[in-house]
Structure formats: C-alpha cells, structure tokens
Ligand binder design. Structure first.
Ligand code: URA
Length: 327
C-alpha cells in the first residue's frame, strides 16, 4: 500500500501511522489520502449546479436544543429515510471505552493496535483519551483557545496555526474532515484549500450556506506532509471534537473521508466506496452520513453517472433532504 510519508515524526509515530493507514485503507482505495493532490485540468459542473440551486432559505434563529432522544439510526438506514432523532450517546470517555466500541465488530488487526503508542516525550499511557467531565461554562471559544495552546502531541512543533473549526455554533449539521492541510495550517480555517473550495461548490450546489453549518476536523493541527493522522494523535485530539459536538449539539454529521468515518462511525466500517451515502449512528450518538472526501473528488475528473463526483452529488442531495426534514 504505497503512501507518501514526509514527516519528521519519530520512528514510533511513523510505525503507528503506517499501521493505521494499512488498517484504515480499504482494499482498492490505495492512495486516497496521499499528500499531493493532482487537480483536474477542467473544473466540473458543480458550479453550474450551484448557479442553478435555489436560494437557501434564511437560517432560522435556532433555539438551543438539549440532547436528542429517540431511537438510534440503523446502520442500514438508507439515505432519504425519515429522520429519527438519535439518542445522544455520551461520547467515549476513555481509551478503554473507545476500544470497547471499536471491538464490537472490529477486525482483529485493528484490535491489536487499538491501544496507541504514546507520542514521543510522553509517558506510556498518557496518550489515552481522558474522561470527558462536564466543563462548566464551556464555550467553543474556550475550546479554540485551548487548542491554540495545545501541546498534547508533536504536531504542535510543526504547525503554524491551529484549526479548531468554523461555522454556526448551533449548527444542525456538522461536517468532520480528517486534518488541516497546508492552506488550513496557514489560515487557521478548515477546508479553505482546493479540497475546501470543491466542498464549497458541492455545498452551494445542494443549497447549503456555509454559515449555517459547522466544519471541523478530527485533528486540529496539520500532520507534516499531510500524512494520515496516527491513532495516538486522534486519541489525544478528539476530546476537543467531543467538546465541540457537545456544545453545538448537531442533529446530523457528515463524515468526510475514511479517516473521519473510521473514527466517528467505527473502525469496522467498510470502505467509503461501499458505504458512502449511508447513515450510521456515530460514536457521538448523532446520525452520520459516510461521504467522500473532497480531496478524493478533485482527483477524479469524471462526472459520468456512477463516478465519485456523481455519487457525491446524490449523497449531498440526500443529506440536504434529511437536513430540510429536521424542520
Ligand atoms: N482536508 C481535511 O480533511 N480538512 C481540511 O480542513 C482540509 C483538507
């Protein structure tokens, strides 16, 4: 499985990263997450679709909502299926709990590596996800301020800016990507590079306004060379994501790409080409749709029926439909 690896990470971290890539990359999806993105010559027709999209309704002043109640969404739920509010399952509060969730049906190869290696310089075991206690008076600004000061892993040594997330603090829909790239590292804003511009077009084509949603990543700092996040980086960073989701209380999540899918939906989830467009109950208890990562989509120039961009167009419309049904 050929993956570019250009970081200055320790050998231990490199080994963890390599293992994780092997585990997270489904057969037939080699190269999806390499750092370099080759842009197609021609742009695509999401522009035309965006131009033709009806003007989105003005975002309603949204009342703060408490944890949703009801039945969890079945992993086999089809796009467009009527929304059943998901029960807000508390996010995993420890590495052990995450492993228990992961272990439910994870392949044995993932299980073997589910306990992360500690990032260099930290005591073994300290890389584990800590219990996520109530934080009185917590706000997204506080989370962002803590992320800006964070030194929980070695990515703090190579980052320029931290990238906490952006958007509506009470968004009903949160998109979760993988990790900042070079443009995001320079700006501190997620999805502003070429992949982000592609995502913007897709969102606009479907009738979403960027300011009505929230966009963030699993990792808040850029992995050098855009390598894949290591499991230990994800485990030390995702308490920030847990806090963000607890504060935002989204009704729906869009998981962009395999890394987000494997963390948010579960390490046993099949590859993106099989499950894109399907709804799952995420580890946060919120229904999550598995979606292609825009970096992958800009590498495929085809707009033919059945192509990844065509599939994304079906998926984003299904997501929009369900979003509109939230009322
Ligand atoms: N890719 C991601 O996953 N996130 C970003 O913010 C940018 C590119």
């Amino acid at each position: 499985m050929a993956k570019s690896r250009k970081s200055g990470d320790s050998e231990e971290q490199q080994a963890t990263a390599v293992d994780l890539i092997a585990l997270l990359t489904p057969p037939g999806c080699d190269g999806l997450y390499e750092g370099e993105v080759v842009m197609p010559d021609a742009d695509f027709d999401f522009d035309q679709l965006a131009a033709a999209a009806p003007e989105p309704e003005p975002a309603e002043a949204k009342k703060p909502v408490g944890p949703a109640t009801g039945k969890p969404v079945s992993p086999t739920a089809k796009p467009g299926q009527p929304t059943t509010p998901a029960k807000m399952r508390p996010p995993p509060t420890s590495a052990e709990e995450y492993e228990t969730l992961a272990r439910a049906s994870a392949p044995s190869s993932f299980r073997a590596s589910a306990t992360p290696a500690a990032p260099s310089g930290e005591k073994p075991g300290s890389a584990r996800l800590q219990p996520l206690a109530e934080i009185p008076g917590d706000t997204l600004d506080k989370v962002a301020a803590e992320i800006a000061e964070c030194t929980r892993c070695d990515l703090c040594k190579t980052r320029n800016k931290t990238v906490p997330g952006v958007g509506n603090p009470k968004a009903r829909l949160v998109f979760i990507g993988e990790a900042p790239g070079a443009d995001e590292d320079a700006s501190g804003v997620p999805f502003v590079g070429r992949a982000g511009q592609h995502l913007d077009k897709i969102l606009a084509a479907a009738g979403f306004k960027r300011e009505e949603i929230y966009i963030c990543n699993i990792l808040k700092c850029r992995p050098p060379g855009n390598r894949n996040p290591t499991l230990s980086e994800m485990l030390v960073c995702t308490p920030f994501l847990q806090r963000q989701l607890r504060l935002i209380e989204p009704k729906l999540i869009g998981c962009l790409g395999n890394v987000a899918i494997k963390f948010v939906i579960g390490p046993d989830s099949p590859g993106i080409t099989r499950i894109h467009g399907q709804w799952f109950t995420s580890i946060f208890g919120v229904p999550a749709m598995a979606m292609y990562h825009p970096s992958y989509l800009i590498r495929d120039t085809s707009r033919e029926k059945g192509s990844p961009n065509w599939q994304m167009w079906q998926d984003i419309q299904a997501l929009k439909k369900r979003y509109d049904e939230l009322g």
